[in-house]
Ligand binder design. Structure first.
Ligand SMILES: Cc1cc2nc3c(=O)[nH]c(=O)nc-3n(C[C@H](O)[C@H](O)[C@H](O)COP(=O)(O)OP(=O)(O)OC[C@H]3O[C@@H](n4cnc5c(N)ncnc54)[C@H](O)[C@@H]3O)c2cc1C
Length: 297
């Protein structure tokens, strides 16, 4: 093991958010927040940075809750992937998010890794990011001075870069409760069946109008095709106001292919990713169409 140049000076594991915020404001950039540690400890041992002190969130119980309040779902930043995968409320209202959590890593990683860590780590391949964006998530950022609510769309700046400041904690994630006529599809493509880092992910969420025939809203969000998760907004104008039977799935897939500009990397070439993006969009539309027909829309 390498000799580290900066010895670790302190470890804090407060029980209250207020205490955590106070410690953060005292130490600023000198302290590192740790949740499950599944990203952080690998980066630490790879010597991506030095850490003076650690602020461990593991004892803050209120950050581990999933609850419904005022027409929205509230998910604490320390909720694990295993909790998301198993929660009956998440399965009922956000199956796309529940399936994405179930696809993460291995049981060990899902038991330790948290939604907050996945968000703040801001990997373009973070599996929860496209589903959160597709469900119009808002993130609550707290510091000693103030509270901010920011949409998933405005939170990510680039690979491992977000608008979160050193004195801020991500405390909660809010998702509006979808209508019961909302349908979703989650597709993750990677090279192996288990422990894969995504080559490309798609979260497609479609809300039908009260007649259950006309498309009222749609969000098409992809991961691993750009420095941040993205929504293909052009899909909205092609789908909203139409019935599924009026859609040209091939054309919609082509729009997704044309609108993304992924990079070549070890997990797949640019051309491969573009082609896969088109095909998974078509598959997701087919899945939602047939699920909807079974439920008689
Ligand atoms: C073997 C393996 C397989 C994996 N497979 C997948 C996979 O399939 N899909 C996937 O998406 N990811 C995968 N990951 C990555 C990782 O498990 C997830 O990103 C996980 O959600 C990170 O959460 P964590 O709680 O462990 O975060 P940590 O490692 O504790 O923290 C990550 C970052 O977020 C910051 N942070 C955490 N919580 C907060 C907060 N509340 N407020 C402010 N800052 C915070 C930390 O300071 C750090 O910078 C894998 C990792 C490993 C080691």
């Amino acid at each position: 093991m390498h000799q580290r140049t900066v010895p670790c000076q302190g470890y804090f594991a407060p029980q209250k958010i207020e205490e955590a915020l106070e410690i953060l404001s005292r130490y600023g950039k000198e302290i590192k927040v740790i949740a499950g540690g599944t990203d952080l400890l690998i980066q630490y041992y790879d010597r991506l940075y030095e850490v003076g002190s650690w602020l461990d969130l593991k004892n803050i119980k209120e950050l581990k809750e999933i609850k419904i309040s005022k027409n929205q779902m509230e998910i604490g930043a320390m909720v694990t992937h295993a909790q998301l995968e198993k929660s009956e409320d998440i399965k009922k209202y956000y199956p796309v998010l529940s399936q994405a959590a179930a696809d993460i890593g291995s049981p060990q990683i899902r038991n330790r890794g948290t939604i907050g860590g996945n968000i703040v780590n801001a990997s373009p391949a973070g599996d929860l990011l496209a589903p959160l964006m597709a469900h119009d998530a808002q993130f609550k950022l707290l510091s000693v001075q103030k509270e901010e609510l920011i949409s998933a769309e405005n939170f990510f700046l680039g690979p491992k870069k977000t608008i979160l400041k050193p004195a801020q904690l991500l405390t909660r994630i809010f998702l509006p409760l979808p209508s019961e006529r909302t349908y979703g599809s989650w597709i993750k493509i990677g090279k192996r069946k288990a422990l894969i880092i995504a080559t490309i992910t798609l979260a497609l969420v479609v809300e039908m109008a009260e007649d259950n025939k006309t498309i009222k809203d749609v969000r098409t969000c992809l991961g691993s095709v750009a420095p941040t998760p993205i929504e293909i907004k052009e899909i909205r104008e092609k789908m909203i106001g139409k019935n599924f039977s009026q859609l040209d799935f091939n054309q919609l897939g082509q729009i997704v292919e044309d609108k993304i500009s992924p990079i070549d990397d070890i997990r797949g070439t640019r051309e491969y990713r573009k082609n896969v993006a088109k095909n998974i969009m078509i598959n997701a539309l087919e899945e939602i169409d047939s699920a909807g027909r079974e439920r008689d829309y």
